[in-house]
Design a protein around this ligand. Structure first.
Ligand code: WQD
Length: 332
């Protein structure tokens, strides 16, 4: 079976390519290196002792995408490629709408032309906006508060409409909660360009003395200790969820959405304290104002992915904290 992975050198994409190769899938990656490095390919091949084809190019370039389908029989696609920084999307909405939507429509048009109608799409829990209750179920109301999240919701709607137009499609929409951690080898992990927006990469850089102090955005939320609560899922677990989704779309038809989370929520303070304990380090921290747009708490009802895909996250926050720091100590 040959799988095309768009954005396959990125953080989640690279971990998923490792698991695809481990499961003896043939893999082609298309990546424009806008948020990844070509050296990630070597590290994936070192981890798996297997090779795969890399096409350095942009999914917005339809000719490049078409060449892949002309020269290969692609059985299914995992679509990661897209911009994903919430703050940046607020500042540059057109860049986000153009890149994320245009690339996806290009991809789907070529897939349709070559009658490849199996796709796993990288969506996000951000499509739920501020949930009315917890844990969050897949049939909850959808609403977004930033252009990045809106592109994810728009693409979900495009996929649902596509299935209505042609029931031969098989589409798994995966809504990630908060991916953290890195592969045990320390060869691949999260390399955010510049100052990280997300909690774990920031903690890691403070622990590694690259950044001065962690700002904890608010301790007056309606949560156990007042700091924000999120559903952190190890990136390797998340990648294994994509393997389950690929297996499913190769055998079934239809379109459906699945939460990929652990079903457990942890506060910022719990994450920081766990990180300090398991890594035996101190993380300079201070409480500051809330970050605009943040919500109090967000964690998944993860039962549907387990019941239908047979996916269940196994790794706990201790392992996420250990593996995140291990990667940085070995690489950055
Ligand atoms: C987690 C918690 C912050 C940084 C974002 C995107 C979402 C998805 C995952 C793509 C919150 C607090 C953070 C810091 C802090 N990305 N925090 N200090 O906001 O839940 O989700 O990443 O799909 O779309 O919105 O993740 O890691 O930014 O924040 O106190 O320096 O950590 O307030 O409570 P978030 P995050």
């Amino acid at each position: 079976m040959k799988i095309l992975v768009t954005g396959g050198l990125g953080y989640i994409g690279s971990h998923t390519v490792v698991e695809l190769l481990n499961d003896n899938y043939e893999v082609i990656v298309i990546d424009n290196l806008s948020n990844s490095k070509e050296s990630v390919k070597d590290n994936i091949e070192k981890i798996t002792n297997k090779e795969f084809e890399l096409v350095i190019g942009d999914v917005c370039n339809k000719d490049i995408v078409e060449d892949i389908f002309k020269n290969n029989k692609i059985d299914a696609v995992i679509h990661f490629a897209g911009y994903k920084a919430v703050g940046e999307s607020v500042a540059k909405p057109l860049m986000y709408y153009h890149n994320n939507l245009f690339s996806t429509i290009n991809l789907l048009e070529v897939m349709e032309k070559y009658e490849c109608r199996r796709i796993v799409f990288s969506s996000s829990a951000t499509v739920y906006g501020k949930p009315e209750s917890l844990p969050i179920k897949e049939d909850f109301k959808l609403s977004t508060t930033n252009p990045y999240g809106t592109t994810k919701l728009m693409i979900e709607d495009i996929l649902r409409d596509l299935y209505v137009s042609n029931n031969d499609w098989s589409i798994a929409i995966l809504r990630y909660f908060n991916p953290v951690g890195a592969h045990k080898s320390g060869l691949i992990g999260e390399d955010p360009n510049g100052i990280p927006n997300n909690l774990m990469p920031y903690i890691v850089k403070v622990a590694n003395k690259e950044l001065e102090c962690l700002s904890i955005f608010g301790d007056d939320y309606d949560t156990k200790d007042g700091t924000g609560v999120r559903d952190y899922i190890h990136v390797v677990d998340l990648s294994l969820g994509h393997i389950k989704a690929i297996e499913y779309v190769l055998k079934n038809k239809g379109v459906d959405e699945y939460n990929l989370g652990t079903g457990k929520g942890y506060s910022v303070l719990e994450m920081v304290k766990t990180f300090e304990k398991v890594n035996n380090v101190n993380v300079n921290k201070k409480i500051v104002e809330r970050r605009p747009g943040d919500i109090d708490a967000c964690y998944a009802d993860s039962r549907k992915a387990k019941e239908i895909l047979g996916f269940e996250a196994k790794k706990g926050i201790e392992e996420m904290c250990l593996d995140s720091y291990n990667y940085v100590k070995k690489n950055l």
